[in-house]
Ligand binder design. Sequence first.
Ligand SMILES: *[C@@H]1O[C@H](CO)[C@@H](O)[C@H](O)[C@H]1NC(C)=O
Ligand SMILES: *[C@@H]1O[C@H](CO)[C@@H](O)[C@H](O)[C@H]1NC(C)=O
Ligand SMILES: *[C@@H]1O[C@H](CO)[C@@H](O)[C@H](O)[C@H]1NC(C)=O
Length: 465
Amino acid sequence: MLGNILFWILPFVLACHGVVLSDAHSATEKSARWTPRSGAGGQAKPPQKPGYVRMPVSRHKVKGTRKHHGRPGKPPRPGRGPAEQDSSSATAPSLAPRRSSARGWGWSSLDELGGTVYIIELGIGTPPQMVKVLIDTGSYELWVNPRCDTSASESICESQGKYYPNWSSSSTYVGGDFSVTYGTGAVRGSYWADDMNIAMFEIPRVQFAVAEDSNYTFSGILGLGYAYPYTIKYPSVLDLMASQNMISAPIFSLGLGGDQDYFSEIIFGGVNRWKFAGRLEPVPIWPPVSKQDRRWIQYWVNVTSIGMTKPGERGVIYTPRDTFAMPVLLDTGSTLSYMREDLVAQIGQQFSATVDEAGNYIVDCSWRDRDGTVDFGFNRGRMVINVRYKDFVYQQYPGHCMLGFQPADAGSTHYVLGDTFIRGAYLVFDQQSDIVWMNQYYNCGDGVVTVGEVKGDIGDIVGAC
Ligand SMILES: *[C@@H]1O[C@H](CO)[C@@H](O)[C@H](O)[C@H]1NC(C)=O
Ligand SMILES: *[C@@H]1O[C@H](CO)[C@@H](O)[C@H](O)[C@H]1NC(C)=O
Ligand SMILES: *[C@@H]1O[C@H](CO)[C@@H](O)[C@H](O)[C@H]1NC(C)=O
């Protein structure tokens, strides 16, 4: 599919995933390009290693518009859990198909669901063209240029910026078909390569897809999942940052922050100590990367308890204390979380939820103003993330609120912890150790440490809050 792109990408990638990372060259050094290092000859600039790359994440709030919930026209495809994966699930290279299979919402129908999406800005090409993309831990490719007149939100779509390869002196056409089909839409395009600016740094020759046609999507997407050599045959943005020595290893941390806390950031190769207290708990990816389908490796982890702490009361756990373990996908691209129906019902009951005709759990918006948390345990209670009601109860539009959990499709084990969980946590996605490190999110200041120089060094960091 990628044709001759492989000839120039492979040597580089082998170097990065092998052991030799001999001469670190500046990420901003244009001449580094794809010239084989051995053949470069000339004097390289002194190595410059930023260590980490930090970016503000902007939040786009989209007000939902749809008053009447029904299933979308197409019957939803049953979602798949990690245990059920087979080759057919792997043919869809993005999360999107899954996501829309969960009742047809998620970002592909954001205009109806509403929601907050988390976006960063990239500069692509020479001179850089600014393009905003949604950060998505559930997929692994970068693509840009959604078609706005057929998008879920034309106004947001128009404000995201576009990339025109013919305006860039450094663009290269790669070819190959990029294609993702959702339950309610699709993207189609082809691959290009160009230099990319992320924060102040330049990554030379990044491969990504430029959409030629799309339905429903209103923003490009930066997939941050496992990429080369598993799911794609070329290095992703994250892979390249590591192989270019901008960061030590493919690791990034994410603090989306809560509704009341107007701060969100992503740090590649670093951890902000001032966003949590104590140490980060290592939660292993499960099933292990080696046991997942190689074409569809994702950030699954076991959640080992689900409970609640009501205002002024002691916490209650609703799941069997010593035996409960449920693999869930950590997915920033999913506005809501999707769980086993009986658990949704149990939590729903605590919020006096009603179920609408489409099976959605609807709750009174006044819950958002009360104290209290929904509690997620990991590693048998060694870490519990308490998500405030305000961050868990999702306001679709004023006066209409939904439970942060909705049932996964019947028979599916595709359980997802989306933004209604992630807002409560500080998360470090660590592809060097195949771990998601986590702790309760706080915001008590600011200070970043570089990570990944030694495997597992994240465990030594002590949060400052
Ligand atoms: C670049 O491509 C766009 C879209 O295909 C086109 O409208 C524009 O005229 C082209 N510009 C140049 C300088 O070729
Ligand atoms: C978007 O939908 C239209 C109408 O259903 C269809 O003709 C078009 O091919 C779709 N676009 C993509 C990229 O699939
Ligand atoms: C995850 O849960 C399964 C049981 O569902 C268990 O066999 C496995 O050991 C757990 N993995 C980890 C890393 O705790």
